[in-house]
Design a protein around this ligand. Structure first.
Ligand code: ADP
Length: 497
């Protein structure tokens, strides 16, 4: 029995977590520290950089202490992070010149519009696999560089740009390496998927001096030793990965066509597409799954805006349920939705529909419609939206998956997972460890220090907990999807431009 352990740092949008894993992927201890969200203006979101750092340090030190393991047993640390959130700090002092601009922040929408107006949409799409959007780091960095005096300082090499992985590596690793990994670099709008390097044309488009950019590492690679004062010993930091990418790895989606869906506030679906990047014809993003030994593996990515958030809405706005868990019981108290469909297009619809003018719609009600039907329709809507993303991915990449891996807080809902399997027509597989993001980061770090000989070896202990097999007849499934798509048509174009 290998008694070495791995530690994952999972730096998320609302909390920083650390999890200690045994070498066979079991959780030994974990600790999470929440931190404050700042909303300086409507649509703007910031984090205090010191909150990110302090909460992550506390989570690490506490989890390790609670686990009771001797520090010498920690073989490696992996870092996974909220993606796209942008920081800019002074090389001399580590001080950020501005709070972190969080991925959700819309402040750079005008800069994005300018890129679109100048006709750069297509070249951005072709080179980065992304679409011009304020969500990604590029225009956030451009915004910071536009602040008085900042671009000149950047040109003189006094400043470092980084996403959260990069920021943590700089602060936690001996020698202050200025690095990021390919999965995080791939979310900046500045990184060329094909050349695997920062792209001079994109840098010029957003007026970004190359001097501020980090060195791009593989996803699993030793970037240095944890500073000794943090845990009392140096420990290799051996993986950096964006959260969705780490989760794809933790779910062992290694072959083209393997797919995972994370059911959180929103849903994030990634499908491994192999060694070649695929340009979507259905409005999905092209991203890297990971880069190992210099070789990128690609993925298609799509998200459902209103996933678990639909259930929060039932609870907080409508008061139809008291707890999210209650939705399962209530949905199962009726045989079906009695013809009711809820399209939770509260903020418009994303991939594959792309209609920002659609709005939430509840159709098919009769005098007999009750609370349970509506709650059931809400759970089904999450599965229908995931189905449509999945279909778009299958159409783009030509692989038909044999199953879908699931995780995330809302995947505990057995009714929804069964309905998901029914509507997809393939089994839905939920693993024992639902913390697949942290697990992925830990296993990547194990791979990075050579504790595992291959990625297959790293995940050999990852076990399915429950498999939901499709039980719905094909004819019934077609009718259900037909009804759902009619409801989506009703939701579209509601807001007049
Ligand atoms: P995030 O990481 O986005 O904060 P989590 O993975 O913690 O999200 O999942 C929380 C979401 O899951 C919430 O939106 C909540 O409404 C939903 N959720 C939690 N439990 C259930 C449940 N039993 N059934 C349906 N949805 C649930």
């Amino acid at each position: 029995m290998d008694n070495r352990v791995l530690v994952a740092l999972d730096q998320g949008t609302t909390s920083s977590r650390a999890i200690v894993f045994s070498s066979d992927g079991q959780v030994m201890a974990s600790h999470a520290v929440e931190f404050k969200q700042h909303y300086p203006q409507p649509g703007w979101v910031e984090h205090a950089p010191e909150d990110i750092l302090d909460s992550q340090m506390t989570a690490l030190q506490t989890a390790v202490k609670v686990s009771g393991v001797d520090i010498g047993r920690i073989a490696a640390i992996g870092i996974t992070n909220q993606r796209e959130t942008t920081l800019l700090w002074e090389k001399d002092t580590g001080r950020c010149v501005h709070p972190a601009i969080v991925w959700q922040c819309r402040r750079t929408a005008p800069l994005v519009q300018r890129l679109k107006d100048r006709g750069y949409g297509e070249v951005i799409r072709e080179k980065t696999g992304l679409v011009p959007d304020a969500y990604f780091s590029g225009t956030k960095l451009q915004y910071l560089l536009d602040l008085p005096g900042i671009r000149d300082r950047a040109r003189r090499g006094e400043l470092c740009f980084g996403t959260v992985d990069s920021f943590l590596a700089w602060h936690l690793v001996e020698g202050r390496p200025h690095v990021t990994d390919a999965t995080n670099a791939g979310r900046t709008l500045l990184f060329n998927l094909h050349t695997q390097d920062w792209d001079p044309e994109l840098l010029e488009m957003m007026d970004i001096p190359r001097e501020v950019l980090p060195r791009v590492m593989d996803t699993a690679q030793v970037i240095g030793q944890l500073r000794t004062e943090i845990l009392g010993r140096p420990i290799p930091v051996a993986a950096l990965a964006g959260d969705q990418h780490a989760s794809l790895f933790g779910q062992a989606c290694f072959a083209p066509g393997m797919v995972k869906n994370t059911y959180g506030t929103g849903c994030f679906m990634l499908m491994n597409t192999g060694e070649e990047p695929i340009q979507s014809r259905n409005g999905l993003l092209t991203t890297m799954a990971w880069r190992l030994a210099g070789k990128p593996t690609y993925a298609l990515e799509g998200s459902v805006f209103m996933g678990g958030a639909t259930i929060q809405w039932l609870r907080d706005e409508l008061g139809l349920i008291q707890t999210a868990a209650q939705s399962e019981q209530l949905a199962q108290s009726v045989n079906d939705t009695a013809g009711v469909f809820l399209v939770p297009a509260f903020t418009g619809l994303g991939a594959p529909y792309w209609d920002m003018y659609s709005r939430g719609t509840l159709v098919g009600m009769t005098r007999g419609t009750g609370r349970a039907h509506i709650v059931r329709a809400a759970l089904e809507a999450i599965a229908y939206q995931s189905h449509d993303l999945y279909s778009a991915m299958v159409a783009d990449c030509g692989h038909t998956p044999s199953q879908m891996q699931v995780d995330g807080g809302a995947s505990v809902n057995g009714f929804m997972m069964q309905f998901q399997a029914d509507i997809l027509g393939i089994p839905v597989v939920r693993p024992v460890v639902l913390e697949t993001t942290a697990l992925g980061a830990a296993l990547l770090a194990g791979l990075g220090v050579g504790m595992y000989g291959s990625k297959e070896e790293a995940v050999r202990m990852v076990r399915p907990d429950l498999t939901f097999h499709p039980r719905m007849e094909a004819r019934h499934r077609e009718l259900a999807l037909y009804g759902w798509h009619r409801a989506v048509e009703r939701a579209k174009g509601w807001v007049e431009p």
